[in-house]
Design a binder for this molecule. Structure first.
Ligand code: FMN
Length: 187
């Protein structure tokens, strides 16, 4: 075994490069790209997102306690990178990137129509960490484009490759075609 000892770091991936949409009254909307997003509870379905307080989106989500996780397809990498490199303080990202805000169940945060998967979330807890605020949200509604679902409404990974991120770079994961528990079914 020839392992190298590295400084403590976040070699955890692939993780999503997700587009988080938020809003406030007066139809003011914003989008932030986040890699620090994950699943934290099964029932009810709960997720986490972690945002630096300096981000424009941070104030909006703190204020309204709402956000939408929009999963981009691998082909939408320009969008994810663009929304993660300009601030809503300077640019209306929906207009700038030609995106369509769609009202769902939430009062302020819109879905991004062009993203194939959208999870509407209500913030239940916030935790101040040294560099980021961790928002833990309950998923109150989920939406997916019909063409990426199979007949049982499961995500078909051959029809949509969610955009991923690992070690500072984007990736498109390809399915192995092996479902959870497949090893038990082998002879
Ligand atoms: C791939 C990628 C992942 C990112 N992940 C995070 C993250 O997890 N948390 C965070 O605070 N910022 C993250 N950022 C940076 C923000 O997206 C970026 O600062 C953005 O311009 C902030 O937008 P806003 O000021 O409109 O909120 C990421 C950027 C990219 C490109």
């Amino acid at each position: 075994m020839n392992k190298r000892s590295l400084s403590p770091q976040l070699l955890l991936g692939p993780i999503p490069a997700a587009l988080i949409s938020c809003g406030r009254s007066g139809n003011e909307y914003n989008i932030i790209t986040l890699a620090w997003a994950g699943v934290v509870n099964s029932a009810p379905p709960m997720v986490s997102i972690s945002i630096r307080p300096s981000r424009f989106s941070h104030g909006m989500i703190m204020e309204t306690k709402e956000f939408v996780i929009n999963i981009a397809a691998a082909g939408q990498v320009d969008l994810a990178d663009g929304c993660g490199t300009v601030s809503g303080r300077d640019v209306d990202k929906f207009k700038h990137f030609g995106l369509t805000p769609v009202k769902g169940l939430l009062e302020y945060a819109p879905l991004i129509k062009e993203c194939p998967i959208n999870l509407e979330c209500v913030v239940e807890h916030t935790i101040d960490l040294p560099s980021h605020t961790l928002f833990i949200g309950k998923v109150i509604a989920a939406h997916a484009n019909a063409e990426i679902l199979d007949e049982k409404n499961r995500l078909d990974l051959n029809r949509c490759r969610p955009l991923g991120f690992c070690s500072g770079a984007y990736l498109a994961s390809s399915p192995l075609g092996l479902s959870l528990g497949y090893s038990l079914k082998k002879e």
